[in-house]
Design a protein around this ligand. Structure first.
Ligand SMILES: Nc1ncnc2c1ncn2[C@@H]1O[C@H](COP(=O)(O)OP(=O)(O)O)[C@@H](O)[C@H]1O
Ligand SMILES: [Mg+2]
Length: 371
């Protein structure tokens, strides 16, 4: 199961981050790689964000988040992924992770309860841009620190921008240090003065929040949260350090479309700039040429079978598919040149969606056996 350049990239890595634009196959790839690592004998967990319903069902994932479940070995074996390891999966819930983070950072139970019960806090995860990205990496960090798994594979959130999550720890630190937060902290039982200051994310919360105790809630929340700022800041730094360390590797997932390839190339550069360890580029859903011998013989056979008009239509369709395949192949080669020798894996468009463990086995076979 595990040969080729991707196996070499993953060798000795404990954290594998699958990143890329939305809809390109991050969740699928992350789950397939985790399954392959498990088949290789590692105790592996895939942290997924938005598994398609049928994939979640196939893995046996419950609806509620942050619960590690083990995918039964028999199910993996049936998909050609038999091995001595274990595959675990978890659907990340940003809100739950935030709650856990508050609980572990709060100086005492009273502060913890005050923050968790605070209406402002309940609105915050939406207002704090990038919190989902941050919380995904927070969970990753926590599980890595606990040491319960040999390998953690993170499926990153469907960010508006694939780069968002890279900046998430920094953004949390900036939020903590932001002027608006300082205003709330220093104003104690806050006066109305700060309303005029246009305090960005905070104002967005204000707009949505209602109730007579608003100001008291705000002051209480920001005082308690602000008191945990150092803890959060340290934590954000530790998360960043883990991502940049040699136990981590980033896999970029892209589709073979020209625009996606351009995005992925840009992201590759940014990753490098940020000092994050790039492992491999995965070009997913590459359309392949129709594998039939061409020429007069085929045309004659089709015509005999279907009649001339339909045969012509089929042949035209075959040509169309071949030219799409040629376009994809050219884009893959462009990306290969861009990478200058770094590994690139091309995964073909498989017939039908990849919605179960069997499909993951097929993707894993493409990732590890060929190319
Ligand atoms: N190689 C492939 N062949 C066919 N379908 C695929 C392939 N990879 C992914 N898919 C399908 O594409 C859709 C999007 O994949 P997903 O992994 O959820 O993307 P993302 O997590 O990047 O948004 C899913 O329906 C999945 O089954
Ligand atoms: Mg996804």
């Amino acid at each position: 199961m595990s040969g080729g350049p991707l196996a070499a990239v993953l060798e000795g890595r404990e954290v594998v981050v699958c990143a890329g634009s939305g809809g390109v196959g991050k969740t699928t790839t992350a789950a397939a790689i985790a399954a392959a690592l498990a088949a290789e004998g590692r105790r592996t967990i895939v942290l997924t964000i938005d598994p398609a319903r049928r994939l979640a069902e196939s893995l046996g994932l419950p609806d509620v988040g942050n619960e590690a479940i083990r995918v039964p070995s028999e199910r993996l074996a049936a998909a050609g992924l038999a091995g001595d390891g274990e595959l675990w999966a978890m659907t990340l819930d940003a809100k739950l992770t935030f709650d856990e983070l508050i609980a572990s950072n709060a100086p005492d139970a009273a502060t913890r309860d005050a923050v968790l019960a605070n209406p402002i806090y309940r609105q915050l995860s939406g207002a704090l841009a990038g919190s989902q990205e941050y919380m995904a990496m927070e969970k990753l960090y926590e599980l890595h620190a606990e040491g319960g798994y040999d390998a953690l594979v993170l499926d990153t959130p469907p960010a508006r921008n694939a780069l968002d999550f890279l900046d998430a720890p920094g953004r949390l630190s900036r939020f903590i240090d932001s002027r608006s937060l300082q205003v709330f902290r220093s104003s104690g039982r806050a006066g109305l003065g700060f309303f005029g200051r246009g305090a960005g994310a905070v104002m967005a919360v204000l707009e949505r929040a209602t109730g007579v105790d608003l100001l008291r809630d705000l002051a209480e929340f920001f005082n308690a949260f602000g008191g945990m700022a150092d803890g959060f800041r340290d934590r954000a730094r530790a998360v960043e350090a883990l991502l940049a360390s040699e136990v981590t590797t980033f896999l970029l997932v892209t589709s073979p479309r020209a625009a996606a390839i351009a995005d992925a190339a840009y992201f590759h550069g940014k990753l490098d700039e940020a000092g994050m360890p790039f492992g491999a580029m995965i070009v997913n859903r590459v359309r392949e040429p129709v594998a039939a011998a061409r020429g007069e013989a085929l045309a004659a056979e089709l015509e005999g079978l279907l009649g001339a008009p339909l045969a012509r239509k089929v042949l035209r369709d075959v040509d169309d598919r071949d030219s799409l395949a040629a376009r994809d192949a050219a884009n893959v080669e462009r990306m290969r040149a861009e990478l200058g020798g770094a590994p690139l894996l091309a995964v073909p468009e498989l017939p039908g969606d990849v919605h179960d463990v069997g499909g993951l086995g097929a993707v894993a076979a493409e990732l590890f056996d060929r190319s």
